[in-house]
Design a protein around this ligand. Sequence first.
Ligand code: AMP
Length: 189
Amino acid sequence: MRLILLGPPGAGKGTQAQILVEAYGIPQLSTGDILRSAIAARTPMGLAAKEVMDRGDLVSDDIVNGIVSERLDAEDCKVGFILDGFPRTIAQAEALDQMLAEKGMALDAVVEITADADVLVRRITKRARESGVARGDDNQEVLRKRLNVYRELTEPLVEYYQHKRLVRTVDGMQPIEDVTAAIRRAVHN
Ligand code: AMP
């Protein structure tokens, strides 16, 4: 199973990806997590990405494309993967198409998780309060920026993948287990 989870920040992509990892035995590829690890390890890539992420902007396509291409070559991705937070721009989607073609892989579905903007603000504020893990980009001002970036740069991917007949839309405002059930139904159609 090769899936993309698409949706605004706070829609539940990470939560659902973790559940699907267990259900399907395939790894979650989160570019956000990989970038945060690079920041924690103070690698040159992490240091360069931190400022951009803290502002709520997107890290350059070249950096994230490189991360994903390398990660897709790992043994655990042979059986499938869940992309969480990538692609986020049309250029990244085109780069992904090329990578997958070169690696002889094809996507099974793009799951769009929809969510209400007000609920997202509340969820992210709660995540910031409760997680204990400091994320420089989990505050209201930066969240609004990230939502705008999503609308402007990432939402056009829905149409991009609709042309390929890959999009399955799921209501992300339901309880977590109902969202999971809807995703599972959607990807088996
Ligand atoms: P996330 O954990 O997916 O919400 O990502 C957190 C931040 O990491 C984003 O706001 C971006 O600054 C950066 N990031 C993660 N994935 C990407 C991507 N595919 N393209 C560009 N920037 C990304």
